[in-house]
Design a protein around this ligand. Structure first.
Ligand SMILES: Cc1cc2nc3c(=O)[nH]c(=O)nc-3n(C[C@H](O)[C@H](O)[C@H](O)COP(=O)(O)OP(=O)(O)OC[C@H]3O[C@@H](n4cnc5c(N)ncnc54)[C@H](O)[C@@H]3O)c2cc1C
Length: 492
């Protein structure tokens, strides 16, 4: 038996991306019928769960990979400026929703100064030049820099306690940094849109979808509740957003849109060390990012983080990257195999051959002994003791594999928003720059999928996010539309 309805918008997945788009659309078009379908029994159980990501409000205040060094030794800060402006858009939307009473409080957002910490003369020199380059820009004028262990101790004592100070060290500190509980934010945003009339269906998995002659989409949905009746339903929608995280690739493939052809996914798993020992947690109130080891992928940049989840503070260290065949933490080991299509075999094989070292690295990380993990932690926090730290499994990333005319295929660490030419469907692939920039990504989606509404929506969007400025929002968005291939992962 099946039941059927037609809605304006279906959002597949109950994570931060769908939540953000739902909040925007319900403001812009309050009469639209919006439906959110989530396969898990609760919202934000995958990447948006606070213990599955690092909760860094990425504003380029601490991540070295946003400020590459040019061949002439100067520092390129353009990506850092762009990411900083994108995060500002997120903060403005949250602030608008708070002041208009749609979010009850800002408990999801906690102050946590962002620091970068390096060791050794060459890295100290780079950090100094980077700080100078950034401070010249008004967005980063508050950035502090020091090589003095006592100053660094006053910022983050655990970095210096029991450290051999023969080796030079340096740190930068941005006091305005934040820790974000994206799980709490997801639930709050979706709670608000549900109160405004949206339908939220948990344990509803979208199994397939196809476009009908009239341009609308028919989704086949499985109700996973044990007592479901009917177990299968179909939903017709004028617009579909596939915000299914690691599940997005397969659904985009099933949609049959030509724009999704040739994409593949490369899954990377992760683990964190966590401590809730109040003695240790009390001594560290910052997010401290370091430098990735030579040869390791960008998402393995180590960092020691203050986390505030459900009002409780903890420290998180990692991530330790690994390899898994799953595309979702609650997914299937067959996910990778099932994503193989005639159209993406060449890119997949090409990327596999080009990145054997990465696969080897990930497998070796997975097999890393507790002693090796502790050694990495002690490079940050020399006084760390294993009894205080537990190992937790982080969210699953699916890095984008794309066709490439020269190489056959390339592995990317950015995000790819795939939209159909008629603007009736969009899906988000990849994991970076992440939840922090969800608002900018969703503005990009609005721009690409609803061009006919730009004139009507622009004033309302500017009211919500004054940083969009006086221009059209698509002009303002140009600030974050650097080539996906240039993007660097910032959310380890
Ligand atoms: C280890 C790690 C650390 C990170 N650190 C940071 C950080 O510090 N800062 C930051 O900004 N970002 C960070 N990120 C990135 C950030 O977590 C993600 O970009 C963001 O959570 C993605 O949100 P999403 O809504 O697209 O996906 P998700 O949160 O994964 O949500 C997708 C949802 O879709 C559901 N779903 C899947 N398939 C279906 C289907 N067929 N039908 C119905 N529902 C389906 C899933 O169950 C899930 O709930 C990190 C990610 C990882 C993995």
């Amino acid at each position: 038996m099946s039941s059927q309805q037609t809605v304006d918008v279906v959002l597949v997945g109950g994570g931060i991306m769908s939540a953000t788009l739902a909040a925007m659309l319900s403001t812009l078009e309050p009469t639209w019928k919006i439906e959110i379908l989530e396969r898990r029994p609760a919202l934000a159980e995958e990447s948006s769960n606070p213990w599955n990501n690092a909760g860094t409000g990425h504003a380029a205040l601490c991540e070295l990979n946003y400020t590459p060094e040019r061949p002439d030794g100067t520092i390129d800060i353009s990506k850092a400026v762009a990411i900083n402006e994108q995060f500002e858009l997120s903060r403005e939307l949250w602030s608008h929703l708070l002041t208009s009473g749609r979010l009850a409080d800002d408990a999801f957002l906690s102050p946590a100064p962002h620091m970068t910490f390096v060791r050794g003369a060459a890295d100290v020199d780079y950090l100094r030049r980077r700080a100078e380059a950034l401070r010249a820009h008004p967005h980063f004028s508050h950035l502090e820099f020091s090589t003095d262990p006592e100053v660094i101790r006053s910022w983050a004592p655990l970095l210096v306690t029991e450290r051999d100070l023969d080796e030079p060290i340096a740190a930068t500190r941005a006091p305005e940094g934040t820790d974000v509980d994206f799980g709490a934010l997801t639930r709050a945003l979706i709670g608000d849109v549900a109160a405004r009339g949206a339908t939220v269906r948990l344990e509803h998995e979208v199994r397939s979808l196809r476009q009908r002659r009239d341009g609308t989409w028919r989704l086949r949905v499985r109700d996973r509740r044990w007592n479901a009746s009917p177990r299968r339903r179909t939903i017709d929608a004028r617009f579909v957003f596939i915000g299914a995280g690691g599940g997005a690739l397969r659904l985009l493939q099933k949609s049959g849109i030509s724009e999704a052809k040739g994409y593949g996914g490369f899954p990377i798993s992760g683990q964190f060390l966590r401590t809730t020992n109040p003695e240790i947690v009390r001594q560290h109130q910052a997010k401290v990012y370091g430098k990735a080891d030579v040869g390791s992928p960008p998402m393995s940049v180590p960092h020691l983080d203050t986390r505030v989840v459900d009002g409780e503070a903890a420290l998180l260290f990692g991530p330790y990257a690994g390899f898994s065949m799953k595309f979702l933490k609650h997914g299937s080991p067959l996910d990778l195999v099932r994503s193989i299509r005639p159209g993406n075999v060449v890119p997949l094989v090409a990327v596999g051959l080009q990145n054997l070292d990465l696969v080897k690295y990930l497998v070796s990380e997975l097999a890393a002994s507790p002693t090796r993990r502790l050694r990495t932690l002690r490079a940050f926090m020399p006084s760390a003791h294993p009894r205080d730290w537990e190992l937790i499994t982080a969210g699953q990333r699916v890095q984008v594999i794309k066709k490439d005319a020269k190489k056959g295929g390339v592995l990317e660490f950015g995000t790819e928003l795939v939209t159909s030419s008629d603007g009736t469907i969009a899906g988000l692939l990849g994991a970076s720059p992440g939840a922090s920039t969800a608002v900018a990504t969703m503005l990009d989606l609005l721009d690409r999928c609803f061009p006919d509404r730009a004139a009507t929506w622009a004033p309302r969007l500017r009211e919500m996010m004054p940083a969009l400025g006086g221009e059209d929002w698509d002009d303002a968005l140009a600030l974050h539309q650097w080539e996906a291939g240039d993007q660097v992962t910032a959310e380890p």
